[in-house]
Design a binder for this molecule. Structure first.
Ligand code: NAD
Ligand code: GLY
Length: 359
């Protein structure tokens, strides 16, 4: 399966196929016959996929950089290390960086590609479900700063994305479920058809049925690509929809110091706060509220270290990038598959929704 993200001169193909990683060298040589290649991955993935990488290396004459594993390494220091390596390897403007990994590798390698020699191409090869359905597509690249996540970065669209769901076989279950929450998110923003698809295929996707899961990944990417095509640089408001549940989720991650709750776990809680908030704000018909209540029952709630203090969590929501003029802007559902951005929800309604879901 193949489709294109249409962004004029920055358009790129997305290849999705179980087992497609084997074909990466052929695809790359077809698209970039004169380029040199640098593969950036992390130590965990390098260990798990040693044979695959050993096959790619001579086929592409690629140099390989292994960064340490973990969000705590998504830093300027790691970015600098990658740039030192690209310079020492004498890569050129026509070179291509291949980011093999989850969102951390994708974001930091993407940012290195965005800045090396004022920008070289990057090819994203996502290995987590979260990276497949979200971070590998859309061109956001970044590193973290002690003052906050993703504060230093650039928009830098990939030249190609290759999605091979065979990588998911080695992904720890907790990471799988965290990524699955992001796939689930598209049910609430991707239109009625996506809502119905997720609702009826949830059981098979959760069991990792390869064909159904690939269909879910493909539909998720199509939703994301559609949004990115219309609002590439997040200036038109539409791209904010991708952050459904995220204002609550980011606060929850911060509340637990970014250590004990995975991003997708926080997004799961955040989506249900957003649904509750819309219901309390009178935005859902009884029928929609019931349908959404049914969605919550499909998955077990992820564990939290403790019940968060509602007011403290609410206050933490104000560090969100969508806060404008001191007001929260929340992505809230309206009808199945559709959400809108609202900046006028009373504080007591937001507090009540947190209390209802998490209190
Ligand atoms: P991650 O990259 O840290 O990967 C999670 C863990 O799984 C890591 O330990 C990793 O080594 C391991 N792993 C990866 N693939 C594996 C595989 N196939 N088998 C076994 N282990 C594997 O986390 P993530 O959830 O993929 O990404 C989170 C990051 O993505 C955050 O930094 C977030 O800010 C970023 N993000 C970016 C965007 C964007 O649009 N650029 C969107 C969402 C999230
Ligand atoms: N993950 C949100 C975005 O790409 O805009």
């Amino acid at each position: 399966m193949e489709f294109t993200v249409n962004l004029g001169k920055r358009s790129y193909p997305i290849l999705l196929e179980n087992g497609s990683a084997e074909k990466l060298p052929d695809e790359l040589k077809k698209l970039f016959p004169k380029s040199r290649f640098a593969l950036v991955t992390n130590t965990t993935i390098a260990g798990l996929y040693r044979e695959l990488i050993a096959g790619w290396k001579p086929a592409l004459d690629a140099v390989v950089y292994e960064m340490p594993d973990g969000e705590e390494y998504k830093t300027i220091g790691t970015w600098n290390g990658i740039l030192d390596f690209l310079l020492a390897s004498k890569l050129e403007r026509s070179s291509i960086v291949i980011a093999l990994g989850g969102g951390v590798v994708g974001d930091v390698a993407g940012f290195a590609a965005a800045t090396f020699l004022r920008g070289v191409g990057v090819v994203q090869v996502p290995t987590t479900l979260l990276a497949m359905v979200d971070s590998s597509v859309g061109g956001k690249t970044a590193v973290d700063h002690p003052l906050g996540k993703n504060l230093i970065g650039a928009f830098h669209q990939p030249k190609m994305v290759l999605v091979d769901n065979a990588f998911l076989a080695t992904l720890p279950q907790r990471e799988f479920m965290s990524g699955y929450a992001e796939l689930f998110k598209y049910a609430f923003i991707g239109g009625r058809e996506m809502f119905d698809f997720v609702r009826s295929n949830h059981a098979l996707m959760e069991k990792k049925d390869p064909a159904v899961l690939l269909a879910g990944i493909s539909r998720s990417i199509a939703v994301k690509a559609g949004v990115v095509e219309q609002d590439e640089h997040e200036t038109g408001g539409l791209r904010a929809l991708l952050n459904f549940g995220h204002t609550f989720a980011h606060a929850l991650e911060r509340y637990f110091d970014f250590k004990e709750v995975l991003h997708g776990e926080a997004v799961w809680w955040g989506m249900h706060c957003a649904i509750s908030c819309a219901a309390l704000n009178g935005m859902l018909t009884d029928e929609t509220a019931e349908l959404y209540g049914g969605m919550r029952k499909l998955m077990p709630d992820p564990r939290l270290p403790e019940r968060p203090a509602v007011r403290r969590l609410y206050d933490m929501m104000f560090t969100d990038k969508k806060v404008t003029g001191g007001a929260l802007r929340l992505v809230l559902p309206t009808e199945p598959g559709t959400a809108v951005v609202r900046g006028d929800v009373p504080a007591e309604t937001v507090l009540a929704s947190i209390e209802e879901v998490l209190g």
